[in-house]
Design a protein around this ligand. Structure first.
Ligand SMILES: [Zn+2]
Length: 175
């Protein structure tokens, strides 16, 4: 199983099919009231229909999916509601300060418990939602290998730490 803190769905696009998106997915929208999930692409169409005067707005995307729109007046911006129940919609991602949904955490924890070890790739594990799995692996006596360029929060727990670019190490390991 592949456990990721990324929210971009790139692991699935790269061919991984057993993925837990710990922090959710930006390509999905969730209703806070009825939990209905819909594709973000459809939300984009609705946003455009509700805000035709905003279609020419230009913004740079940040790595976390945010976009910086300075000096915009948001008082007249129309946010579509859930088409099923009228509830408030949000990106189906875990925002800062929110908790990973319990079933998602439990699925990942069960996979770790049944694994031979933990391989951490390209993460500093500074966010607790990922670091907790290193703590769990360590407590269970599972080996932990790190492949990342900098220090990590789990350095003291690691069996092996490779300070290297994962895009170079992983292909070499497989070759
Ligand atoms: Zn709803």
């Amino acid at each position: 199983m592949l456990l990721t803190q990324n929210v971009d769905g790139l692991h699935q696009r790269a061919g991984s099919d057993d993925v837990v998106d710990l922090h959710g997915r930006l390509d999905s929208v969730r209703c806070l009231h009825c939990e209905d999930r819909t594709p973000r692409a459809g939300m984009q169409t609705r946003l455009a229909e509700c805000n035709p005067d905003r279609l020419d707005a230009v913004a740079a995307f940040a790595p976390d999916g945010d976009a910086d729109l300075e000096r915009e007046n948001f008082d007249t911006f129309v946010v579509p509601e859930c088409s099923r129940c009228g509830g408030m919609l949000k990106p189906d991602v875990v925002f800062y300060g929110e908790n990973v949904p319990r079933p998602r955490y439990e699925k990942a924890a069960a996979a770790l418990a049944g694994s031979d070890g933990l391989l951490v790739v390209g993460s500093s594990l500074m966010v607790y939602s990922g670091y907790r799995f290193a703590l769990m692996a360590h407590a269970a006596g599972l080996p932990i290998a790190l492949v990342t360029r900098g220090v990590t929060r789990a350095d003291d727990l690691a069996t092996l730490a490779l300070r290297a670019d994962c895009t170079r190490v992983l292909p070499a390991a497989l070759g």
